[in-house]
Write a protein that binds this ligand. Sequence first.
Ligand code: URA
Ligand code: SF4
Length: 263
Amino acid sequence: MNADSLRQYLEFYQDLGIKTLYRRPGLVPEPAPAVAAPVAAAEPEIVTPRAAQAEPQPAPPPTAMELPPLAPPDETLLQIIQDLGECTRCRLHTGRNKIVFGVGDPKAPLVFVGEGPGADEDAQGIPFVGRAGQLLTQMIEGTAKKEGIEILRKDIYICNVVKCRPPENRTPEPDEMEICGQFLYRQLSAIRPKAICALGGTAARAVTGHKEGVTKMRGKWFQWRDIPVMVTYHPSYLLRPYNQDAKREAWEDLKKVLHFVYD
Ligand code: URA
Ligand code: SF4
């Protein structure tokens, strides 16, 4: 591979928010039991701030490295699903029943991003169908109706940061988020919504790159590439009976994002 096409690869993946490329063991003699070969940047943030792209590219690594195939910039959700296949790229594949890719309108102007599938989602292969999902559906459809916006759940798109259920519904680990997050970024690139709504701290971190708690971030606009991102509470959090204030705040956030997208 020449320097030009290597640069093209690196820029494309950096644009998707990917900062670490993994070297497959066995391809080249390993100097040490290294796990990852960071090529684009040293810090572990998942999302690359736009400004960082102006920084000089590091020199190509001295050893041969297998790069993932360069995905076409205009790939479809179907092509992404096909590439995902029966994915075993991270440890979460061992406990899953079904991969939960995403559901809704592939041309939706609004995408909701959750954390990862729970038990019901894992059984059905559809995101947000359990108790939290029913609350989310009710919140989207109820708020829209009240605000005079004629949309239903089927008119938006819903997916998660990781596509396989973490054991005991634990929070996804940083490496799982980074590996599976590449597919989330490709979904977002394919859909190109007018806005994204990140549900809870994990989604907020993955999509915005900011690491503050969700209580600090909620109700504010961030960005993923050039797309506005609203952060709000995860519906699971709102299901706890003592969270009435949070519930009210989440409705406010939802109103904001719905009016931004549909007015
Ligand atoms: N919680 C999530 O984050 N995602 C789902 O799909 C369901 C529950
Ligand atoms: Fe693959 Fe994502 Fe499932 Fe990990 S969570 S195995 S990266 S689909």
